[in-house]
Design a protein. Structure first.
Length: 251
């Protein structure tokens, strides 16, 4: 089906999320809690857009809004910009020094509200993406704890968690770089726990934790031989395999 986004005709599949349709057609909508690998959180609301259907306009969250019929979409109307500005003021009240939020706030003219006292070292906007990443990997080592102003993401009682394998996926997906991960002398430290790093069998670079490899080893659908390589060497090996297949095909 064809839908109109900011005046541009775009092809959409029935049920496809509006954000995906926009991006595929080169229309940028800001996001924070969205990851292509972990869609469907819909918590930060920064990706809101205006949808006009049968003459009626409403505000929807584009990353979780499935396109079901012919609609017209406005991604950057005054109404939407004003709403994003308000959202960003609230985020600034929580994480005033965070670079990602400051950059977006500047774009929308949002300023730090004066009437709140703020913790300048805070970077987490409580979007929940890291928790979802950990859950999807099957570890569930972190979750949101406490309520109100003390709400945060943590391991149970802030203790080193036995479920955490130190893979760093939580830090990787975090939109505001709020999760501290340090690597020094072959040790990765994350969530108050130290993990011994293992080296890539080919290039010798540290690339994963011992616990990560043990975890992968338990999954039958992985080839441990391949998993002992860092991403760079894996790509190189895949390239070599492709080359071999191509050579065989030519003969
Ligand atoms: S740590 Fe990052 S990903 Fe996790 S809730 Fe906070 S902002 Fe979101
Ligand atoms: S990106 Fe859509 S709600 Fe966060």
């Amino acid at each position: 089906m064809i839908i109109k986004i900011d005046g541009k005709e775009c092809t959409a599949q029935k049920g496809e999320y509006l954000l995906n349709v926009a991006r595929r057609n080169g229309i940028e909508i800001p996001t924070l809690c969205h990851s292509d690998a972990l869609p469907g959180i819909g918590s930060c609301r920064i990706c809101i857009v205006e949808v006009v259907e049968k003459g009626r306009s409403r505000i929807v969250t584009s990353c979780i809004f499935p396109v079901m019929g012919e609609i017209e979409v406005l991604t950057n109307s005054k109404k939407i910009r004003d709403m994003r500005k308000t959202l960003l003021m609230l985020y600034l009240a929580r994480v005033p020094e965070n670079e990602t939020i400051k950059k977006l706030a500047k774009e929308y003219g949002a300023k730090v509200p004066q009437r709140f006292s703020v913790d300048k070292s805070e970077d987490c906007i409580l979007c929940g993406l890291c928790v979802k990443a950990c859950e999807s990997l099957g570890s569930s080592a972190i979750s949101t704890v406490n309520r109100g102003v003390t709400k945060k993401v943590s391991t149970p009682y802030d203790e080193p968690s036995k479920e955490c394998i130190g893979c760093g996926s939580c830090a990787f997906v975090c939109p505001t770089n709020a999760i501290r991960i340090e690597e020094k002398n072959g040790i990765r430290t994350i969530w108050n726990k130290d993990f011994e790093l293992v080296r890539c069998k080919k290039c010798g670079e540290y690339f994963a934790t011992k616990e990560q490899i043990e975890y992968i080893n338990k999954k039958k659908d992985f080839n441990l031989e391949d998993e002992m390589l860092c991403d760079k060497c894996k790509k190189k090996k895949a390239g070599e395999r492709l080359k071999d297949v191509f050579e065989d095909y030519k003969e």
